[in-house]
Design a protein around this ligand. Structure first.
Ligand code: GCO
Length: 415
């Protein structure tokens, strides 16, 4: 039986992006350097990306025209503070214009202060692996807020500070002991003219975790003390951790180490940003491979749209905070599969709301097919395709489909 479910009146409907993945020409960032060294973990460089740095006026108008009421994007530290202590008024003004464009188009801007990339000088000082370096991030947050705060609708400090731990546990990234001697680290340090070079998320996770845990609450305090008044939170990479055949203890241990430690520093936050793509199953011995018979996405993840509901419920009950879905999506060439994925994920959002969980909004990752980090441009997460030669944007059916749901602020509920 189907009936109509209406979302709360202030529900945020949006899509998400991140500076390095869409702007293009982010040459002063640590990622850009790492993309170009011998033995780089990146299959290709970001290059011009989607040239969103120049095309944001049309892009933002397009997002609004589709029916969304918010846009999550990140401001780029490497542009705002190109050298240590040297802040670029021009770069800050660029982001002011982006924020103003959101408002002009009726979109609430959700700003991420740090979405993986940092300035080269920060990486050359050991980046997140050095505890004292948290202070550089906090100072940047202060300066950015002083310039932009009156136009910000909501803010995320760090994007997925736990993602390195998660992908390391899943076997997608080497353990710290191996990473420490990765030839590209030495090559990057040499290129940066430094004794060390550490770029997130390919950094040593144990020391980076401590710096990130220190930085987040300090950044929240700095942002809240600054210009403007808007909700502030942390986003986390949250996989639906499932226990199978006696895997409960392993699952709980992993959840504690990857998720709970970060949720434990959200005390002053206004929401937790939930970013979920799939599930992870744990047996008594550790992580299990994908279950035979379950479809895989381009990322090699299990197609498991209900993962979002599980992580929202876990996060809300563990933290006692409202949740905002800051990312949920699928890498696929098949847009019908994308629609099926989102449709099922949204039923989970609906069930959470019906159970009284405070969900502030849903942002699909991503607005464009963009630079999927080490995997380059192959995975297609976008609602909009981008021609890599001409930069021409082409709407996929999912863009109009999700935009219509956003505009209606309602969904047919399927039980
Ligand atoms: C992350 C980031 C995004 C990714 C997205 C798809 O999770 O790595 O927040 O930058 O592109 O998650 O993998």
């Amino acid at each position: 039986m189907t009936e109509k479910f209406t979302f709360p009146g202030d529900f945020l409907w949006g899509t998400a992006s991140a500076a390095h993945q869409v702007e293009g020409g982010n040459v002063n960032s640590d990622a850009w350097l790492l993309e170009h060294v011998a033995g780089s973990p990146y299959v290709e460089p970001a290059g011009d990306a989607c040239d969103h740095y120049h095309r944001y006026p049309q892009d933002i108008a397009l997002i609004a025209a589709l029916g969304f009421n918010c846009y999550r994007f990140s401001i780029e530290w490497a542009r705002i503070e190109p050298e240590e202590g040297e802040f670029s008024r021009a770069a800050l003004e660029h982001y002011r214009r982006m924020l103003a464009a959101c408002h002009d188009n009726g979109l609430t801007p959700i700003v991420t202060y740090h979405h993986f990339t940092s300035p080269r000088w920060f990486a050359a000082k050991g980046g997140w692996e050095v505890l004292e370096n948290a202070d550089y991030f906090v100072r940047y947050c202060e300066r950015a807020t002083a310039h932009l705060g009156d136009l910000i609708g909501a803010a995320c400090t760090l994007n997925e500070p736990n993602v390195g731990l998660l992908i390391q546990q899943m076997g997608y990234m080497q353990p710290d002991s191996v990473l420490a001697n990765a030839p590209y680290r030495a090559a990057a340090a040499k290129a940066a003219g430094s004794a060390m070079f550490s770029a997130f998320p390919q950094c040593l996770q144990a020391p980076a975790r401590d710096t990130l845990l220190k930085a987040h609450p300090l950044a929240v305090a700095a942002i809240k003390a600054g210009r403007g008044s808007f909700p502030v939170g942390l986003t986390l990479a949250l996989s639906d951790h499932q226990a199978v055949d006696g895997g409960e203890a392993t699952r709980d241990r992993m959840r504690q180490a990857i998720d709970d430690v970060f949720l434990d520093v959200t005390g002053q936050d206004d929401f937790v940003g939930v970013q979920t793509y799939t599930r992870t199953r744990f047996g008594a011995q550790g992580i299990l491979p994908p279950e035979p018979g379950v479809e895989l996405t381009q990322m090699g993840y299990e197609f498991w749209p209900e993962a979002l509901e599980a992580t929202m419920r876990y996060t809300a009950s563990y933290s006692g905070k409202p949740v905002l879905v800051t990312e949920n999506g699928i890498g696929t060439e098949d847009d019908t599969q994308r629609i099926a994925y989102i449709a099922r994920a949204l039923q989970g959002v609906r069930r959470c709301l019906q159970d009284g969980i405070h969900v502030r909004g849903y942002c699909y990752w991503s607005i464009f097919d963009n630079f999927e980090w080490t995997m380059g441009y192959r995975p297609k997460f976008g609602l909009i395709a981008v021609d890599r030669e001409t930069q021409k944007r082409t709407l996929k059916p999912s863009a109009a489909w999700l935009g219509a749901i956003a505009r209606a602020n309602a969904l047919e509920s399927v039980s």
